[in-house]
Design a protein around this ligand. Structure first.
Ligand SMILES: *[C@@H]1O[C@H](CO)[C@@H](O)[C@H](O)[C@H]1NC(C)=O
Ligand SMILES: *[C@@H]1O[C@H](CO)[C@@H](O)[C@H](O)[C@H]1NC(C)=O
Ligand SMILES: *[C@@H]1O[C@H](CO)[C@@H](O)[C@H](O)[C@H]1NC(C)=O
Length: 362
């Protein structure tokens, strides 16, 4: 807990003991600034999509260089500081035969907070053919894919046509592994409204390899429907957590003994805070903290406000009645984090004000 406690201590409590209740309040406050109602306890730590790893690594490199606008996602050419892989919570409706599958897709959009502006949503369908079922004619494995938007819940026996609308119809050919993408930005925005998200229906049908086949042998002319992993990639922007910065300053703060106000090196290991089970990366980071005295006369390098300059002056006359100004962060910089949210989705998020770059007397 040491890192977590120290990070949130203010100048006035530096010498007091911290009780666990206060720490819990601080943890809740911090999680809520990350858009999380409680500490995620992922039940299923699924694989991290390679795209998110790529963006994460890039943003980490960008930190050290200069960063023109941290709140865009160049991979999709849109504004955003949060990229989520929202898992499909739908289920297979029917797979009565090996060559036709109907699947309900459902993406819980309430993981997005109301303040977030959705900039892009894309359905990702990854087909992984079961190679053991593939016949010899490699290169001919095609199936038809129909994607419907569900307009309302339909009852058994009801005509499907009135309850769903075709969005996409295409033939998919695969050899080893195939991914189909489909832009769902408008629909995903619609799904955020309460009571509007009925999900999608995906119908896959494999096409016969040979149209001349004997009807009795019909099943043998088909290739099994491949295994399917669907997710919705959602890019959004929380405008309150995204301020563009012109440049960032030094990442590492040199350690030099002095009791004057300045940044001190603090590495926060997420294991110390008990967060290693939901934070994927980084495992920790150099957060730093401000500590030291704000003595009279306050020199320019201490970045004091006029108020702080006067306060040190008064303090020099009346040390008991008026405290020294506080040594606090005056310039902070962002980091990116990759984690599981409360619904087991993998989220990449850009966080402002995570690293202390400069301190000042305030
Ligand atoms: C969607 O997720 C929220 C919490 O993130 C949960 O309260 C709600 O029940 C979920 N809805 C469905 C339909 O699973
Ligand atoms: C996705 O669809 C939205 C809304 O129709 C459109 O504005 C946007 O340009 C599309 N994005 C891409 C990358 O095709
Ligand atoms: C005050 O700001 C300057 C740059 O504006 C910086 O170089 C210096 O380190 C800061 N002082 C402290 C105590 O961080």
């Amino acid at each position: 807990m040491a890192g977590f406690t120290r990070l949130f201590l203010s100048c006035f409590f530096t010498f007091g003991l911290v009780n666990t209740e206060d720490v819990q309040v601080q943890e809740r406050l911090f999680l809520s600034s990350l858009g999380l109602p409680s500490r995620p306890r992922p039940s299923n730590r699924g694989p991290v999509p390679s795209l998110l790893w790529r963006i994460f690594k890039k943003s980490d490199e960008k930190r050290v260089e200069s960063d023109p606008d941290p709140c865009t996602v160049p991979e999709y050419g849109v504004r955003g500081n949060i990229v989520r892989y929202v898992l499909d919570q739908g289920r297979v409706v029917s797979d009565s035969s090996s060559h036709a599958v109907e699947k309900h897709l459902f993406f819980n959009m309430s993981v997005l907070e109301d303040v977030e502006q959705l900039s892009f949503a894309q359905l990702e369908m990854k087909f992984k053919p079961d190679l053991s079922h593939l016949p010899h004619q490699v290169g001919q494995h095609t199936f038809s894919m129909h994607l419907y938007k569900v307009l309302r819940t339909s009852l058994k026996g009801m005509n499907h046509d009135s309850s769903r609308r075709l969005l996409l119809s295409q033939s998919v050919q695969y050899t080893h592994s195939t991914t189909v993408h489909f832009n769902l930005t408008d629909l995903a925005e619609w799904w955020r409204k309460p009571g509007k998200n009925f999900g999608l229906v995906l119908v896959l049908q494999s096409t016969p390899l040979d149209n001349q086949l004997d009807p009795v042998d019909y099943d043998h002319g088909h290739v099994g429907i491949p295994e399917l992993v669907t997710s919705l990639v959602v890019v959004s922007l929380n405008p309150y957590q995204c301020k563009s910065r012109k440049k960032r300053s030094a990442y590492y703060v040199p350690v030099s003994p002095s009791n004057v106000c300045k940044p001190r090196r603090l590495y926060i290991d997420f294991r110390d805070v008990g967060w290693q089970d939901w934070i994927i990366a980084p495992q920790g980071y150099v957060a730093n903290y401000c500590h030291g005295e704000c003595p009279f006369p306050l020199s320019e390098s201490l970045n004091g406000t006029n108020h702080a300059i006067l306060q040190t002056l008064v303090h020099s006359f009346d040390p008991k009645g008026t405290p020294q100004p506080c040594c606090v962060p005056v310039k902070l910089s962002p980091i990116s984090m990759l984690y599981y949210d409360n619904n087991d989705n993998v989220v990449l998020r850009h966080y402002e004000d995570m690293v202390v770059d400069e301190c000042g007397c305030r």
